[in-house]
Design a binder for this molecule. Structure first.
Ligand SMILES: *Cc1c(COP(=O)(O)O)cnc(C)c1O
Length: 458
């Protein structure tokens, strides 16, 4: 018999989680004004809010914490991380930052000015925020297939190279500081970008003399998809694929809270000395001196080790198989989910789940609340609440998709937990026709409302 799949690690330390009763959850979610961000973590049994900073560090990472050098300048931890970035990612220069958006803040301070255009593939919200905050514009050049949940395309994060070239052709070079490629593409559901596409972007960028920056939070998951889906890469190691991917970038920003499996941290890596020196000034101003920039020595050590572990095939296979395991269980139950499955999350199509609810009653948020009530599972709405109001008309914006994202933390839950989640959602699916009322807003902030919004039952 062929041996079945099994996780590439065993468990050395555990954290107790508690199952609550439905009556308790009814009370807690009411007190939280039907906003899952406002729940206390102990009111949640299985927490699939995000995969950001929620992973479990390994024994080797924890031992690296003890070896951290907390010197203000020239710490050995800085050089350990610098050497690891140079070895695995191939960049000679780097700047530590406290998380991914801080890396964007520092690098974009050096590169982006008012009136600029930054083309890319569905820019992540903080990336877009840092572009728009500087009165520049993010132009989405993602392939059309990405926006159709029923099309099975292996690389839905790809950039449409014709769209990209049109943007480069129709604006003066000085107005385009760089092209940003997000790997994997978070905003379109953790969808990967192919090597062929990365190569194509770089060729066009070179033709027009424009820099390429990778927004790299899930670069290792992207490499796994290239290895398993793209012709010619099955025999290459993850490290070889990663090295080739980054050979097509001039710089990168990183949220280490994702594929580097640490709870906090980020960095910028680049090739150009002059740009490194320019960005260093902003790093010192916003983050800290260039050899620690917002991170303690022990955290840089754990991050260096996390970059090694995060680019091992066995780890990635365990991780991405677990996400697919949950996806397949849901498909078996008939629950409508986005396909192909992404690297870090399963997206439930709330419009197809609750078609009888009007969008004005926030279908995905209603579903998130129902799943919490059913089993104490916390997902997150990616729909009209997140889309916010139009800044000019102040009307609600209703995006094409209303999604419930179930995001899997790295190395935290077992497949028994995935079975539990799938069964809880299947139970909600079975009683979906009895969910006849959604939610309404009773209080909201002027911007980024989803974090703090208050809701009530219709
Ligand atoms: C998480 C993320 C960021 C921002 O990083 P933080 O560490 O949360 O500040 C930027 N880009 C992408 C693609 C991300 O997933």
């Amino acid at each position: 018999m062929e041996l079945p799949f099994a996780e590439s690690y065993k468990i050395k330390m555990v954290e107790t989680i508690r199952r609550s009763t439905r009556e308790e959850r009814e009370e807690w979610i009411k007190d939280a004004h039907y906003n899952l961000f406002k729940l206390k973590s102990e009111q949640v049994f299985i927490d699939l809010l995000t995969d950001s900073g929620t992973g479990a560090m390994s024994d080797k990472q924890w031992s690296e914490m003890m070896l951290g050098d907390e010197s203000y300048a020239g710490a050995s931890s800085y050089f350990k991380l610098k050497d690891t970035i140079s070895e695995i990612l191939g960049f000679p220069y780097f700047l530590p930052t406290h998380q991914g958006r801080a890396a964007e803040n520092v690098l974009f301070s050096a590169l982006v000015k008012a009136g600029d255009i930054v083309p890319g593939n569905s820019h992540f919200d903080t990336t877009k925020g840092h572009i728009e905050f500087r009165k520049a514009k993010a132009v989405d050049c993602t392939i059309d297939e990405a926006f159709n949940t029923t099309v099975l395309h292996p690389f839905k994060g790809n950039i449409n190279l014709d769209k990209l070239e049109d943007v480069l052709k129709s604006h003066p070079k000085e107005k385009i500081p760089f092209i940003v490629v997000t790997i994997t593409c978070n905003s379109s559901g953790g969808q990967p970008v192919s090597m062929e596409n990365l190569r194509g972007v770089k060729q066009i960028a070179d033709k027009y003399g424009i820099m390429v920056v990778f927004d790299s939070a899930r670069f290792a998951e992207n490499a796994y998809f290239i290895k398993t889906r793209e012709q010619g890469y099955a025999g290459k190691s993850i490290r070889e694929i990663v090295a080739e991917m980054f050979s097509y970038a001039d710089a990168m920003t990183m949220s280490s809270k994702k594929d580097a499996i640490v709870n906090m941290g980020g960095f910028i890596a680049l090739r150009d000395k002059a740009l490194f020196e320019k960005a260093s000034v902003f790093n010192i101003m916003f983050e800290g001196y260039i050899t620690y920039g917002g991170m303690s020595g022990r955290d840089m050590n754990a991050l260096a080790q996390g970059l090694r572990e995060g680019t091992e095939f066995d780890y990635l296979e365990t991780r991405i198989s677990q996400v697919a395991y949950l996806g397949n269980r849901l498909v078996d139950f008939g629950v409508p989910v986005q396909q192909p499955f992404g690297g870090h999350a399963i997206f439930v199509d709330a419009k197809r789940f609750l078609p009888h609810l009007p969008k004005e009653q926030f279908q995905a948020q209603t579903l998130a609340v129902e799943l919490y009530l059913e089993g104490g599972v916390r997902g997150v709405e990616i729909g009209a609440l997140l889309a916010d109001r139009d800044p000019e008309t102040r009307e609600n914006r209703f995006p094409a998709l209303e999604l419930l994202r179930l995001t899997i933390p790295r190395r935290v839950y077992t497949n028994n937990h995935m079975d539990y989640v799938a069964t809880a959602l299947a139970n909600v699916f079975e009683r979906r026709n009895s969910i006849i009322k959604g939610l309404k807003i009773t209080g909201e902030a002027p911007i980024m409302r989803h974090f703090t919004v208050d809701l009530a039952r219709e």
